[in-house]
Design a protein around this ligand. Sequence first.
Ligand SMILES: NC(=O)c1ccc[n+]([C@@H]2O[C@H](COP(=O)([O-])OP(=O)(O)OC[C@H]3O[C@@H](n4cnc5c(N)ncnc54)[C@H](O)[C@@H]3O)[C@@H](O)[C@H]2O)c1
Length: 261
Amino acid sequence: MTFTLDQFRLDGKVAIVTGAGGRGNSIGRAYAFGLSNAGASVVVADLNGEGAQKVADEINAAGGKAVAVQVDVSDEASTLAMAASAIAEFGGIDILINNAALMVDISYDSIDTVPIEAWNKAFAVNTTGALLCARACAPSMRTRGGGRIINQSSGGAYPATSLYGITKIALVGLTTSLAKQWGPDNITCNAIAPGNVTSDAGKMLVPDDSPFIQFLQMAVATKPRGEPEELVGAAVLLCSEAGKWITGQVIHIDGGWIMRP
Ligand SMILES: NC(=O)c1ccc[n+]([C@@H]2O[C@H](COP(=O)([O-])OP(=O)(O)OC[C@H]3O[C@@H](n4cnc5c(N)ncnc54)[C@H](O)[C@@H]3O)[C@@H](O)[C@H]2O)c1
């Protein structure tokens, strides 16, 4: 089959993006807009239901098709209800981006002292949440002949030196496990590991005047920080016909941070 740019289109596809309704300039919002611009109908899912509605309204105002769903990804019943809403609204599910996570509101205590409650909560949202959402969406994907799952990992997982990083490297294990087990059902599963991104949350964690930015400037091969929109092209590829043979991979979108000495 000759390659055409149409293979990047997502017309007729239904996508759920979790964590897409939180802070104003967020990565989830950029993913939701990007998938919509590529032709998909989008379920904007977030713990913050009002924020999700705002993003869905923006997508609809721009000519896309979106609905908002309030979800707690760490609660199995809530993830099943999210999948049911997507099916009721758009007829099924083809794409899931597991983007919801605790990144700012997470303990950065030393691993030997981090409270176990904080540890369990972080894993419940950042790691188990992705599994629950994947399980909730897989039956519909199977009835539609396959699907695409993207787990949002992080450069902070390479190497993991904090609770946050540990939850994100665990997501890579979930990614390869799902890729292996669900590949025969034509469901691909990949991870995106962004470097430092200038979302509102990213800027809260690493302000512009942080000394860490100077370190990044020395360590990153190109520019040290990325915009949320700079992650979208890879996500569209992984969700599209053009990316159907890519599975079990981690795509590092980080300006070359992963190559630092
Ligand atoms: N910003 C960065 O520099 C950066 C770098 C690497 C990876 N990431 C990852 O990218 C993703 C988005 O990051 P962001 O910068 O847009 O942050 P963000 O805080 O704006 O996005 C996280 C979203 O998850 C939602 N959320 C939290 N708990 C939830 C739950 N239990 N159920 C449903 N939704 C829940 C929040 O409401 C929020 O909207 C996260 O997975 C983050 O770990 C971010």
